[in-house]
Design a protein around this ligand. Structure first.
Ligand code: ADP
Ligand code: ADP
Ligand code: ZN
Length: 216
């Protein structure tokens, strides 16, 4: 199962990707998580990416595409992958198509989690992320059992720097200008599954499962 998850920031891609990765026992590759790990470790990649992430802009393709290519080339991606947060532009989608072709892999589906702006802003404003495993929680919609502590691994939860009102606004502009054309792009290629994302995480997951089961 080789899948992409697309949708605006805060749609619930990470939340669903973690469940799908568990269900299919395949890697969850999230470009945002890779960047945040690099920032935490103060690597050259992290320093470069931080300049853009803090402004809500896309990290340049020279940095991002090579990083994804390296990750997808590893053996664990042969049997499947959940790619979350990449591609984020038509250029990246074309680059991905070349990478997959070189690796003799093909996409099975592109899941578009459809959520409106107002809901996205509410989700991003209350998001808390695990500093260890990247799991997402929400202070109101999906609170952890113990405040500030990850249910999955016990790691400390924090609020992302880019989940502030000003950067959220810019990320939504970037989504609408650069990322949303992917919906048409994958529809034309007959890969798109549209899922209503404005229900509970469990319901969203069930709908994705149903759509994927129908493919097989
Ligand atoms: P979100 O939760 O908003 O979907 P991500 O964790 O996927 O956010 O991404 C956070 C930030 O990392 C983005 O705003 C962008 O700056 C950078 N980023 C993530 N993926 C990509 C990508 N494919 N291309 C360029 N920049 C990216
Ligand atoms: P993305 O990876 O698309 O940026 P996340 O998975 O991090 O999105 O989810 C964004 C925020 O919304 C998190 O706080 C998460 O707990 C919450 N969330 C995810 N799915 C739902 C849902 N179906 N209903 C309400 N809140 C959700
Ligand atoms: Zn955790």
């Amino acid at each position: 199962m080789h899948l992409l998850l697309v949708g605006p920031p805060g749609a619930g891609k990470g939340t669903q990707a973690k469940r799908l990765a568990k269900k299919y026992s395949i890697p969850h590759v999230a470009t945002g998580d890779i960047f945040r790990e690099a920032i935490k470790n103060e690597t050259p990649l992290g320093k470069k990416a931080k300049e853009y992430i803090d402004q809500g802009k896309l990290v340049p393709d020279e940095v991002t595409v090579g990083m994804v290519e390296e990750r997808l080339s590893r053996d664990d991606c042969q049997k499947g992958i959940i790619l979350d947060g990449f591609p984020r532009s038509v250029d990246q989608a074309n680059a991905l198509s070349d990478i997959l072709q070189d690796l003799e892999l093909a996409l099975d589906a592109v899941v578009n989690i459809d959520v409106g702006d107002e809901e996205v802003i509410n989700r991003l404003s209350g998001r808390r992320v695990c500093s260890e495993c990247g799991a997402s929680f929400h202070v109101e919609f999906n609170p952890p059992q113990d405040a500030g502590v990850c249910d999955e691994c016990g790691g400390e939860l924090y609020q992302r720097d880019d989940d502030n009102p000003e950067t959220i606004k810019e990320r939504l502009v970037v989504y609408s200008e650069q990322t949303s054309p992917l919906i048409e792009y994958y529809q034309e290629r007959d890969l798109l599954l549209v899922i209503d994302g404005e229900t509970t995480p469990e319901q969203v997951f069930e709908r994705i499962e149903k759509e994927l089961d129908a493919l097989e």
